[in-house]
Design a protein around this ligand. Structure first.
Ligand code: C2E
Ligand code: CA
Ligand code: CA
Length: 508
């Protein structure tokens, strides 16, 4: 990998300075000795004494000049290293990387040969770092860098742009096979779990790509564009990558607007919960309701959770929002039939916060909900971040009598071994499999396998996104017990008038 060099002063300049300092002092000393002393000191002729003093002066002056240069070198090296290299990884730091991009841009302008700028970011690194502590966080970054180095061709330029963000400059000729295949390979490698001093840590990454000269020459703009592509990739799921497209600017503007508005919206009380029924497939009875957050903006109307949950996760707003959702759902449970539970989505960021279990316990106590009427929907990716801690959290929740469903099951990880260590009560088959069941036999096979797995583990299965009678029939045949989807009921606000009057009256 390319290295930067420190431009210093020329050798000739240094030699001349040292020699003239020495010579100057020599002449001055001779002149001083002649002026101040007679022709003889302690029996030695004045020329000998003069020569000794002058030589000592010359030596001292030369040494002083050398020391001066050494000092300059040291501070120049210090400043250079501080600004050019990232201390933790030894990779180029952001400013140096901007210089490298500028060099690559002018090279590609001359030769016309494309160079790719690839921006890789560890999803939610800040939250991971807070949760696992800075020592583990540093170890994770070092191991991540090592994987990047080994997974990439030797001649690429590698930099660290931010806490969990890295950039790669890769000339087209360095790409082994297709760019797609190379990035897929690197992403798969980077998403393998990391053995840290205290535990096994999984991460997901998002990747954005720009090509020079197609997407421009200005390094700052190129970095902004690769980051735009990265944000776009992140919004579309785990481990995704995207190539820059000019339309992405609009998406980014919208995200920025969401970010600036979330706090105000929360304070103003724009949020509400809608509920979607979950039914027992055999009896057709409603057994629970999933709480789904809705943002009713006074000017822009309804904004879906997929547009703002990820922004809330990045900005930390998911903390207060998630707590509000949990509290409101627990309170709303009083308006639901007594034999129904309420299911609440828990963001991976919430799940990994230090006192997650304590917060849940407090809200359960304050709202008075019977713990068996509360179900938490936690995604596989949340559990995989730190398996040991996740297993402990799940044990504590189960100990409190709260049930847990593994949400979006089947989309994240192929390694099912972890399931054995986890206390949970339901696997929720992702909508992607249900929607393809009718046309794609392998999706049907996945559903049957998940049902079989649930049986073996002694947990129940729920399928989400059921839209047609045919899907319901196939799910029943596969042995799935609970279903949820537009076929049975869309998410809707709590309709108080549909609840038994006595129960509503007793709340006031
Ligand atoms: P999810 O947990 O997978 O929720 C199910 C999503 O599928 C909901 O979208 C729901 O409206 C939609 N859906 C339900 N039945 C059908 C169907 O038959 N067909 C189709 N096409 N879609 C169906 P929604 O409400 O837009 O929520 C999207 C995602 O946002 C949720 O996915 C969940 O991950 C997240 N989310 C929603 N509310 C919350 C919340 O309170 N907290 C957190 N952390 N995340 C939430
Ligand atoms: Ca869910
Ligand atoms: Ca889902």
């Amino acid at each position: 990998m390319a290295a930067a060099t420190n431009p210093g002063r020329s050798k000739l300049f240094r030699l001349t300075t040292i020699a003239t300092s020495g010579l100057g002092s020599f002449v001055l000393a001779i002149w001083g000795v002649r002026l101040n002393l007679g022709n003889q000191v302690a029996g030695m002729p004045i020329e000998v004494i003069g020569a000794i003093i002058a030589a000592l002066c010359a030596l001292a002056a030369s040494l002083a000049a050398m020391a001066f240069f050494a000092g300059i070198d040291e501070s120049a090296d210090y400043v250079f290293n501080e600004t050019h290299f990232d201390k933790l990884t030894g990779l180029f730091a952001r400013t140096a990387m901007v210089g490298k991009i500028a060099e690559a841009a002018s090279a590609t302008a001359r030769s016309g040969k494309p160079v790719f700028l690839i921006d890789i970011d560890i999803d939610r690194f800040k939250q991971i770092n807070d949760a696992i502590g800075y020592c583990n966080g540093d170890a994770l970054i070092r191991a991540f860098t090592e994987r990047l180095r080994t997974a990439l061709p030797d001649d690429v330029v590698l930099g660290r742009l931010g806490a969990g963000e890295f950039a790669i400059l890769c000339p087209d000729r360095q790409v082994d096979g297709s760019l797609e295949a190379m990035i897929d390979r690197v992403v798969a490698e980077l998403m393998q779990p990391y053995q840290l001093p205290s535990h096994l840590q999984s991460v997901s990454v998002s990747v954005g790509v720009v090509a020079m000269p197609k997407d421009g020459y200005d390094p700052v703009m190129l970095l902004r564009r690769s980051n735009l592509a990265l944000q776009n990739a992140r919004a579309s799921g785990i481990g995704n990558w995207a190539v820059f497209d000019p339309d992405m600017g609009r998406v980014a503007d919208h995200r920025r607007w969401v970010e600036s508005e979330l706090h105000v919206a929360f304070e103003r009380g724009d949020f509400d919960l809608h509920y979607q029924p979950q039914l027992d497939l055999q009896s057709g009875r409603t057994v629970g309701y999933e709480a789904l957050i809705r943002w009713q903006h006074p000017e822009r109307g309804m904004i879906g959770p997929s547009e703002f949950i990820s922004v809330a996760e990045e900005t930390g707003m998911i903390g207060p929002i998630g707590e509000w959702v949990l509290r409101k759902a627990c309170l709303d449970a009083r308006l639901l039939p007594e034999d129904c539970f309420v299911a609440v989505n828990i963001s991976p960021v919430q799940f990994m916060t230090r006192d997650f279990v304590g917060n849940v316990a407090r809200i359960v106590a304050e709202t008075g909900i019977a713990p068996k009427r509360l179900e938490l929907e936690v995604t596989e990716s949340a559990m995989m971040q730190d398996r040991e801690r996740a297993a402990e959290i799940l044990r504590q929740l189960t100990g409190m009598g709260i049930s847990v469903a593994v949400d979006d099951f089947g989309t994240g990880y192929s390694n099912l071994a972890y399931l054995i260590d986890f206390d949970f009560h339901k696997l929720k088959i992702d909508r992607a499999f249900v929607s393809r069941m009718e046309t794609d036999t392998s999706s049907g096979a996945v559903v049957s396998t998940i049902v079989g797995l649930s049986r073996a583990l002694g947990v129940r299965t729920i399928a989400e996104g059921v839209e047609t009678e045919n899907q319901a029939t196939l799910l029943r045949a596969a042995g799935c017990q609970v279903v949820q989807g537009f076929l049975f009921g869309r998410p809707a606000p709590l309709a108080i008038d549909e609840m038994p009057t006595a129960r509503v009256a007793s709340l006031h």
